[in-house]
Design a binder for this molecule. Sequence first.
Ligand SMILES: Cc1cc2nc3c(=O)[nH]c(=O)nc-3n(C[C@H](O)[C@H](O)[C@H](O)COP(=O)(O)O)c2cc1C
Length: 189
Amino acid sequence: MIRELVIKTRSHRRFHQEVPIERETLQELVDLGRLSASAANRQPLKYILSCDPGQNESIFPCLSWASYLKDWPGPAEGERPSAYIVVLGDTRIHPTFSCDHGIAAQSIMLGATEKGLGGCILGAVDRVKLRQTLNIPRHYDILLVLALGKPNETVTLETVGPDGDIKFWRSKDDVHHVPKRALDDIIVG
Ligand SMILES: Cc1cc2nc3c(=O)[nH]c(=O)nc-3n(C[C@H](O)[C@H](O)[C@H](O)COP(=O)(O)O)c2cc1C
């Protein structure tokens, strides 16, 4: 079960934009983040939820998509995410956030998959612009943006070839290929 869920939880970047995601669904996903491990159990993460098309439109230009796909500028209108979760670190609780946001993000993405949704963790964020756009107070660090929607693309895993190239790529049939290192290559002792 967990292996299937992890395999299915790929980064999706093209969606059925017309399929809405309710705020309640986002709350349920953030609850999975809330229940996840946290360094010293400090729980410094806070979240902004967006499922309103107007607000989504204002978040989209703050994001950078799939840097390896040089000829693809990111999802076109009609295939953009239906919702976003902005993951913040509350510096009033602690100045640093360890890997809390990575763990919470994965919990949320696994939960999204279970709900028939998909998405992408985005770290390439224009934080100055996003802070202005959403009027985010200075005591929150902007850590990640999670884009969510009903996926509208096929993503497949393959093993990294002998050339060691880890760049994801798209084939002519529009399938997105993600090379993963072989198990033997990552267990070093
Ligand atoms: C911390 C983190 C930051 C990421 N930032 C971006 C990003 O800014 N833009 C993007 O398109 N994908 C981003 N990704 C998605 C990765 O590109 C993706 O995980 C990788 O290509 C492997 O694909 P997979 O998630 O399907 O295994 C990010 C992933 C992680 C974990």
